[in-house]
Ligand binder design. Structure first.
Ligand SMILES: *Cc1c(COP(=O)(O)O)cnc(C)c1O
Length: 362
């Protein structure tokens, strides 16, 4: 730290985010299962839109994102005027913290919640507050017990990362209703599409003045590298976030490719079907091998081992076979590994290596 030139309070408490690694020295058959990416990549329509978008790179992009917002509104049945797009849902999370939480304010989230909530809260100068979970699942009563007069934002991911668990809409609604007047509930729906019969909380947003939903193109749509996410909320919140949002926060390429991806029904359907099929298959295999899991509603499973040591040893065995999964000690789960659902061959390789590993463990 410099002796005189100092950042705002809180900034130096931010630990640098470690992305899921993607390389193992000396191997060319590596499978990356550490960042919950779609194993099939982007769909054909997104790839074609990407190729076309090169022609207009001299033009500034749209500032109101009208095309993408209209497509999102039509796809999900939402009020187009209350949609905001950002560079990943990370940027929406950051707008929310910047706009609603500052020094002296608290940003509440649950024990195994997404690391960006803490990072964005600290970046805004606010105080992160953590509520315990019950059996690796969001606990509404614990969140409500942690609320104070200073709570300005409450984040829950539903389904949650890295646990894959989710709570029913009735519980989310109870939380929204019981929060104090000054607090805004943010429903992070990065994995909402993977959950059956779940709208990400969109209807709850429509029914209330204190709920915002965030969504992303990074997971199901296979566009993590493109950086496009969006939010849906009450008008009063959108009016605030749009003041903070830079006019050119998304490029023409991002806007056009995301819009094309949204309409790629074939790719979306195939991705969902294969994910559900291989998630069930891998979960059954892990359980048969004596590795515990919680029911996952997302595109990954959290495999729980007997100890942090055993999880570490299994991670090493997977790495030795070219398989990169995610250690989740930074999420308070050192005894677990988060494994993204890959394609069938990747899932079979994972099951094979963990099977051999568990056999050695006796
Ligand atoms: C992956 C993920 C996101 C999405 O981040 P983007 O910035 O949209 O790529 C948001 N929340 C959670 C819980 C995630 O796991």
């Amino acid at each position: 730290m410099h002796a005189h030139i100092r950042p705002q309070p809180g900034i130096l408490e931010i630990a640098l985010y470690q992305g899921g690694s993607s390389k193992i020295a000396g191997r060319d058959d590596v499978v990356k299962l550490s960042s919950n990416e779609n194993p099939f990549g982007p769909g054909d329509l997104a790839r074609q839109a990407f190729a076309r978008s090169g022609h207009d790179l001299h033009r500034y992009p749209s500032t109101d994102h009208a095309g993408l917002r209209a497509a999102l509104g039509a796809q999900f049945g939402l009020d187009v005027g209350r949609i905001i797009c950002g560079a990943g849902s990370d940027e929406i999370i950051s707008f929310l913290c910047q706009s609603y939480a500052g020094p002296g304010d608290e940003v509440l989230y649950s024990q195994h919640g997404f690391l960006m909530y803490r990072i964005s809260a600290l970046a805004a100068g606010a105080t992160p507050v953590v509520a315990p979970e019950t059996d690796r699942t969001t606990d509404v009563d614990a969140l409500l017990a942690a609320v104070t007069k200073r709570t300005k934002l409450v984040f829950i991911a539903n389904p949650n990362n890295p646990t894959g668990t989710m709570i029913p809409l009735s519980e989310v609604t109870r939380l929204a209703k019981k929060l104090p007047k000054q607090a805004l509930l943010v429903l992070d729906g990065a994995y909402a599409e993977y959950a059956e019969d779940y709208d990400g909380g969109a209807a709850l947003v429509d029914a209330r003045e204190n709920v915002v939903m965030t969504r992303t193109f990074s997971k199901l749509y296979g566009l993590g590298g493109l950086r496009v996410g969006w939010g849906y909320g009450p008008q009063h919140v959108m009016d605030v976030l749009n003041r903070v949002r830079g006019p050119f926060n998304l490029s023409t390429v991002q806007l056009d490719v995301a819009e094309a991806a949204l309409g790629d029904v074939i790719h979306v359907t195939r991705s969902l079907t294969e994910n559900a099929r291989m998630r069930d298959w891998l979960t059954d295999r892990l359980n048969a091998l004596g590795v515990a899991t919680d029911p996952s509603h997302a595109n990954f499973v959290l495999a729980r081992f007997r100890s942090a040591e055993q999880a570490g040893a299994c991670n090493a065995a997977l790495l030795a076979d070219g398989l990169i999964v995610r250690q989740v000690g930074s999420y308070g789960l050192p005894e677990a590994l988060r494994i993204t659902i890959g394609d069938e061959s990747a899932c079979r390789r994972v099951a094979h290596v963990i099977g051999a590993f568990m056999e050695q463990q006796g």
